[in-house]
Design a binder for this molecule. Sequence first.
Ligand SMILES: *[C@@H]1O[C@H](CO)[C@@H](O)[C@H](O)[C@H]1NC(C)=O
Ligand SMILES: *[C@@H]1O[C@H](CO)[C@@H](O)[C@H](O)[C@H]1NC(C)=O
Ligand SMILES: *[C@@H]1O[C@H](CO)[C@@H](O)[C@H](O)[C@H]1NC(C)=O
Ligand SMILES: *[C@@H]1O[C@H](CO)[C@@H](O)[C@H](O)[C@H]1NC(C)=O
Length: 188
Amino acid sequence: MKKEHNIFALAMIFCLAIAPVYGQYYSKTVMRATQRAEKMTRLHFFLHDTVSGENPSAVVIARPNITQPSSFGFGILFAINDPLTVGPAPTSTLIGNAQGLYVSSSRDPAVFTTVMYADFAFTSGRFNGSSFSLISRSSSSDAIRELAIVGGRGAFRMAQGFALTQINFANMTTGDVILECNVTLYHY
Ligand SMILES: *[C@@H]1O[C@H](CO)[C@@H](O)[C@H](O)[C@H]1NC(C)=O
Ligand SMILES: *[C@@H]1O[C@H](CO)[C@@H](O)[C@H](O)[C@H]1NC(C)=O
Ligand SMILES: *[C@@H]1O[C@H](CO)[C@@H](O)[C@H](O)[C@H]1NC(C)=O
Ligand SMILES: *[C@@H]1O[C@H](CO)[C@@H](O)[C@H](O)[C@H]1NC(C)=O
């Protein structure tokens, strides 16, 4: 009994030492430890966005109840779980997946723009279990598109960076697309 009590007291002291948040919901604000070496990692892979067939990786989850003339489906929202592979072929080695959303976001009848909100997670190799978070718009009028990376998990915790993407293959009938992605990540 006495021993348990001591362990509890020790645990309390330890908690207070690492998280001095008592009687309020925030800690004291302190200077952040600086001089952490920032690292840079480049990634190269292909994203397979399949809307057609029996087993699509992108599905419409919401659409507006009005249609504006020739606006590329402004307001249509897709959920995605797109495979990421090493090479462009659908049978190429699977290395991860991008899960999230994209929405058709342009009202200009001449431009097809989407905003993507997705977590790109890796399931093999050195970055197995790590992911980066991408929130960005991209326009079909740009041959090479730049997308902003705003964070990450695991090895990519607090990451920032950008992705340059280019259509590797598109089936204009079905809307299926294979995107080549060159990603530059700055992380710790
Ligand atoms: C769209 O939804 C709004 C709000 O529920 C409704 O008032 C309107 O009639 C709907 N329009 C169409 C074309 O269904
Ligand atoms: C990736 O990590 C998961 C969870 O730790 C593990 O189960 C899996 O075997 C790993 N895959 C590879 C290819 O390393
Ligand atoms: C990605 O990098 C490779 C190798 O440097 C290059 O051949 C390709 O054109 C780049 N693609 C994009 C979309 O930047
Ligand atoms: C595009 O998809 C259609 C329907 O599945 C198919 O008939 C056609 O061959 C495809 N085109 C290309 C270039 O893959």
